[in-house]
Design a protein around this ligand. Structure first.
Ligand SMILES: Cc1cc2nc3c(=O)[nH]c(=O)nc-3n(C[C@H](O)[C@H](O)[C@H](O)COP(=O)(O)OP(=O)(O)OC[C@H]3O[C@@H](n4cnc5c(N)ncnc54)[C@H](O)[C@@H]3O)c2cc1C
Length: 344
């Protein structure tokens, strides 16, 4: 019997597992992929994420997790009218595979057990514990007093337990050789409705020019992408000589009420599973903070599951307000997010 099983070795799961193991609890992390695993991401750690790494892991992000240019200087947002706004902020440029793997290693060093290539399939709760069905070669069961679900956007467990199908945004990005007339230290987001159904973006990773669009309807993905490439060519001198990689991923679609699911009984959700995601797809800081919060709630109220839930909600209240404020801010810049204006 484990005290806590954490599903998923992303920033949310690694942070939760580290805090739980630090407190002396018996912790198992199950991760469906072999680590280090790939995660489609722009890999920008905003200042808040950098600070949380220092606070929760007691160390700065290592150079081995970074890609060039290492330092990010902030975000340049272009609104519906094509007007660009610069938000200067210290940040880092990382490869998620290396960054997430490093966080997970720290959780393991703190005492958590890690099982890679192991998928959580379903769970069943009783008054005393929770049983988690897992798969690695064969299907088997582990018991724990709590399960913290940090599966990211496509959570199987949440869908089974709540019986709901989440709404997704599809992201599509390409990694290219070429040149562009922009300062490569910034993350660029474009909100014009003709370029995407959410946002379009440009950033650089190890000299590769990364260009992406997010859409609600996948059949429109390539049309928006072509529009975006044309726009960047005409406005910023983009010239692609070779496309090395194309990738599709999913993101939670944040709706106007910014609804969050915290869990129930002995099962809790954190990070993207619970709905924590800031505009422009910034989710690492929210994942780490919610993962840490739920871990502290479990530690403090270990024998009273109902108190864990209340405490977790309280601990993440400011995080929720921060997220809502950011969506409200973006809603003022683009009609795409106009519905947020009225709701928040
Ligand atoms: C294109 C794109 C660009 C982004 N850019 C940024 C950015 O620059 N900065 C930023 O802060 N955020 C960014 N994000 C958002 C960020 O990637 C996520 O918000 C963040 O990864 C959420 O962390 P998480 O730990 O909750 O989930 P994840 O990082 O997705 O981790 C979940 C883990 O759970 C595992 N898992 C899933 N299901 C199971 C299962 N059934 N059993 C066992 N394991 C399972 C997965 O393999 C994965 O390792 C971006 C997202 C996208 C799609």
């Amino acid at each position: 019997m484990y005290d806590v099983i954490v599903i998923g070795a992303g920033p949310t799961g690694a942070t939760a597992a580290k805090a739980l193991a630090d407190s002396g609890l018996k912790v198992l992390i199950v991760e469906r992929m072999k680590l280090p695993r790939y995660k489609s991401c722009s890999g920008v750690l905003i200042k808040k994420s950098m600070d949380l790494v220092q606070q929760y892991f007691g160390k700065a992000v290592p150079a081995s997790a970074m890609c060039t240019p290492n330092d990010n200087h902030g975000m340049i947002l272009t609104d519906d009218n094509g007007k660009a706004y610069t938000f200067e902020q210290e940040g880092l440029n990382v490869w998620r595979s290396s960054f997430d793997n490093w966080l997970t290693e720290k959780a393991v060093e703190a005492g958590a057990e890690l099982r890679g290539c192991t998928s959580a399939i379903s769970c069943e709760q009783s008054a005393e514990h929770i049983e988690l069905r897992l798969h690695f070669d064969r299907t088997y069961t582990e018991k724990a007093r709590y399960v913290i679900d940090c599966e990211g956007v496509t959570s199987v467990i949440k869908r089974k337990v709540l019986g709901t199908t989440p709404e997704f945004i599809t992201t599509f990005q390409t990694f290219n050789e070429g040149k562009i007339d922009l300062d490569l230290h910034y993350f660029y987001a474009y909100l014009q409705p003709e370029l995407s159904e959410y946002d379009a973006w440009f950033n650089v990773k190890d000299e590769m020019l990364v260009l992406g669009v997010a859409v609600k309807e996948t059949n429109k993905m390539l049309r928006y992408y072509d529009n975006f490439i044309r726009y960047m060519t005409e406005n910023h001198g983009l010239a692609i000589t070779k496309t090395m990689k194309r990738e599709r991923w999913l993101m939670p679609r944040i709706c106007s009420d910014c609804k969050l699911d915290y869990g129930m009984g002995r099962l809790f959700f954190a990070g993207e599973v619970s709905g924590f995601l800031n505009p422009m797809g910034e989710g690492i800081s929210a994942g780490m903070e919610s993962g840490h919060s739920v871990a502290l709630s479990v530690i403090e109220h270990f024998n009273v599951p109902a108190s864990v839930l209340d405490d977790y909600k309280k601990r993440t209240e400011m995080l929720k307000v921060y997220m809502q404020r950011q969506w409200h801010f973006v809603s003022g810049m683009s009609e795409t997010f106009g519905e947020m204006r009225a709701a928040l």
